[in-house]
Design a protein around this ligand. Sequence first.
Ligand SMILES: *[C@@H]1O[C@H](CO)[C@@H](O)[C@H](O)[C@H]1NC(C)=O
Ligand SMILES: *[C@@H]1O[C@H](CO)[C@@H](O)[C@H](O)[C@H]1NC(C)=O
Ligand SMILES: *[C@@H]1O[C@H](CO)[C@@H](O)[C@H](O)[C@H]1NC(C)=O
Length: 239
Amino acid sequence: MAAKGALWLMMLPLVVPVVIATNTNNVYQPCADAKIQRSDGFTFGIAFSSRESFFFNQSLQLSPCDHRLSLSSSNSQLALFRPKVDEISLLTINTSSFFPDSYGGYMVAFAGRKYAARSPLAFVANSTYTVTSFTLVLEFQKGRLQNLYWKRDGCSSCKGKSNFVCLNKQDCAIRTSSCKGRGGAVDCSLGIQLAFSGTDKHLSVLNSWYEVENLRQYSLYGLYSNLRDSLTSQYNKFF
Ligand SMILES: *[C@@H]1O[C@H](CO)[C@@H](O)[C@H](O)[C@H]1NC(C)=O
Ligand SMILES: *[C@@H]1O[C@H](CO)[C@@H](O)[C@H](O)[C@H]1NC(C)=O
Ligand SMILES: *[C@@H]1O[C@H](CO)[C@@H](O)[C@H](O)[C@H]1NC(C)=O
């Protein structure tokens, strides 16, 4: 009996981390509603298209999941991701065969349907400039996604780097003509740093955002290069 008890105790430290890391979110579609806890996977999408195509009646920005936008029939691309909640991740979108400017040059991050959330538009690229580095904050309340927004650092990450231009005092951009496949030599793949804030469904605080702030001084590309792959696929599969 005593021996059995000892064995059980010894096993505990091995078993517990596995249980904590189990995914409880079985929602894999970006246009469906999920309620998450820390360590769950969370699916969201990023849509690439022109500025106008994200607006209904030229004035109201809707979620790309909203059929009134009919993004699936316009010139657009979709990337889907499933990062782990509250883990620092760098998403990459390889631009060796995908030029964002040929799909309108803007992107919107989104998830959910009844509880639809979408980010503001972010400029990615046109024939002159390409922005390659972004930070996206996913804000949850009681495990539901409330808000998605782009966090800017006022171009501090490219200060003094001669091949970058600061656009609108917020985005570090490179000349599109410097990019691979466009006449230049630079890999202009997009890097999207993720951060989570708010609370999960058990009211545990998500705080990877604070870690990202502290990490800003380092090159996140170097630390997290190729952490995740992206999947750019046809819209029609998901809408
Ligand atoms: C679209 O906008 C116009 C004015 O800009 C307005 O008159 C019209 O009612 C709007 N349509 C819808 C469906 O909201
Ligand atoms: C993008 O893909 C190309 C070709 O497969 C590869 O050479 C390049 O290293 C990739 N870039 C990134 C950032 O993964
Ligand atoms: C590209 O975008 C920049 C910044 O928004 C703008 O100043 C420039 O006029 C645009 N160029 C073209 C060709 O659209």
